[in-house]
Design a protein around this ligand. Sequence first.
Ligand code: ADP
Ligand code: MG
Length: 700
Amino acid sequence: MTEETKKATDFGADVFGEEAIRTYLSKETAKKLQATIREGKPLDPSIAGEVAHGIRHWAMDRGATHYTHWFLPMTGSTAEKHDAFLELKDGEPVMQFSGKNLIVGEPDASSFPSGGIRSTFEARGYTAWDATSPAFIKRHSNGATLCIPTAFCAYTGEALDKKTPLLRSMQALDRSLKRLMRLFGVAEAHTGCTLGAEQEYFLVDKEFWKKRPDLVLTGRTLFGAASAKGQQLEDHYFGTVPDRVLSFMNDVERELWRLGIPAKTRHNEVAPAQFELAPQFEELNLAIDHNMLVMDALRNVAEKHGLKCLLHEKPYAGVNGSGKHNNWSVAYGGRNLLDPGTNPAENALFLTMLCAVIEAVDRHADLLRASVAGAGNDHRLGANEAPPAVISIYVGDQLAEVLDRLEKGGGEKARTGDAMKLGVDTLPAIPKDATDRNRTSPFAFTGNKFEFRAPGSSICCSGPMTVLNTIVAEAVDRIAAELEKAKVAGKAKPGQHTPAFHVALQRILQASLKEHKRVVFNGNGYEPGWLKEAARRGLPNAPDTPAALAALAKKENAALFEKYGVMTRRELASRHEIFLEEYAKKVRIEGACARDIAAEMVFPAVKAEYLETVQALVGSEKAAAAAGATALRASAEELGEGLDGLRVGIRALEASLAGPDEAAILADMASLRATVDALERRVSSARWPLPKYRDMLFLY
Ligand code: ADP
Ligand code: MG
């Protein structure tokens, strides 16, 4: 790092990265560790002792007294259990951290969701060092902890976390790509997936947050009448960031830079009080860990600014929700396979990958949908500001035309755009810079990567990325198998192909496109007509989490994950169970919280308003006032009806909370909300027990 960069950012100062490795480890050990990190090679156990020693010294030089294995349990957040370096040896206090401490941990796993994989009597879980994601320092106001990213599994080796299947899916994609690349005559190399996760979030003043039990307990407002001004004027998006927020963002970025996270872009989002942070993309596994730290930093730093960061997908009704666009790509030997090349051989490879992704997404739209399912995202997907729950692919008009020509055969110049050199008769040319933007598609090709827009703002990217890697691994594998069958490879020089190869490839891709092009949709995904059209095309539409999660119970999906070594049947079944349970619990927490707010806060406020109104009415009648009695009587009627309505709504919600059906709870919450939100407009602001949307949404 240059002095200039160091001075401006302190980038990576709290990461055990290249520089720290060079300083704190011997040359030989450093080399071995770097091989593990760069190429994903298994760690040589003989160096663990020295690495641990070096890491401890590095961490202590930065004020750390404790260490923790840091992992991604099935809760969707991160987990840590700290141990001090301090140990008593023959009564003498010493600082210690062994190779074993570094490589494995045995946290009690009994309180993490396991979906039946691990019963509580065999409580052990194991954390294993993932050397491909570097150790880092987590600071708090008066100390620091060394964090070691790990995978977390049961003693049977079954995954209890979100990282293990991800790493396996990356291996699966690597195996498939090696098979394909051999046929393309590309020298064997390492597959590297990349992810750039754009993080959207809301900020709210902490004083308001404290007064909203719904925000405190569920992360979203369960009640709240719309603010007169919301996002109608479209004046927030890319607007001037208020000073208070900019100061917050600055602190977040400083913290992230120290952690080696390349926070790059910051801006106001569409809804008032909504913002975005986008990092520069990184290797997938690292980018996922980093996004977890981004969410941590947003939450922690907000506290210091008297703010709360809301990562919920839909904190406020009536304004946009928050997503986390997953920009994904795959490179082989450092070359981005989704970058349309400049020579015919590269075009062939690019088109093959494009077709593979289309095939994968069409075959397994149900799994992609399941991978983003959750109680929070249900309020976002399918609403008019987020991608629909139907998974389709946007490729843009120019690429659509290329695909059309590919399918129909013939290598004529594409009609629109600046066609690249043709070179190969049978493959169509690819227009340069076919990067039109479409904001309504859940899965969009954006020039040299795909942008999966359905993931919600609070999600751990591992789930969707594991699915994406796996389904693309399958499609690539299938195409490679067909090419092998055609026996056309290896007859030309590396990187060049015989006409027979191209004919075979074109035939394979044509067949794939014919079967799967129904998933390509370049129109406006928000138009109601699209849902009808999607149904006509036979694309699945899972409107809510339970419907979406059903994909995880399908035999063929279990077979897919098992075939590619990503998850066993049991692991997949456990995830299905965990996610369903998490959904049910979240809905029930929301239901109970809505009941409490309605019964304990709203009802008494409305009652007081009613009483006051009735008293005023009695007073005006007694005084035989000439005017006002009519208004007071009408108002008392309305408030009285409101009270009756509240009582009915609360009773109904209590009944559904006692029953087995989460959908009934959600329906009763919605109708109770309608009653409460209408009353909010009838009761004096001074008396209303909850901060209002108009208070919370404007941070100036
Ligand atoms: P937009 O809002 O137009 O989608 P942004 O700049 O906000 O664009 O976000 C784009 C994200 O995509 C960034 O995180 C960027 O680093 C990432 N990205 C760019 N190229 C790749 C790639 N090859 N693989 C993965 N992510 C990428
Ligand atoms: Mg974007």
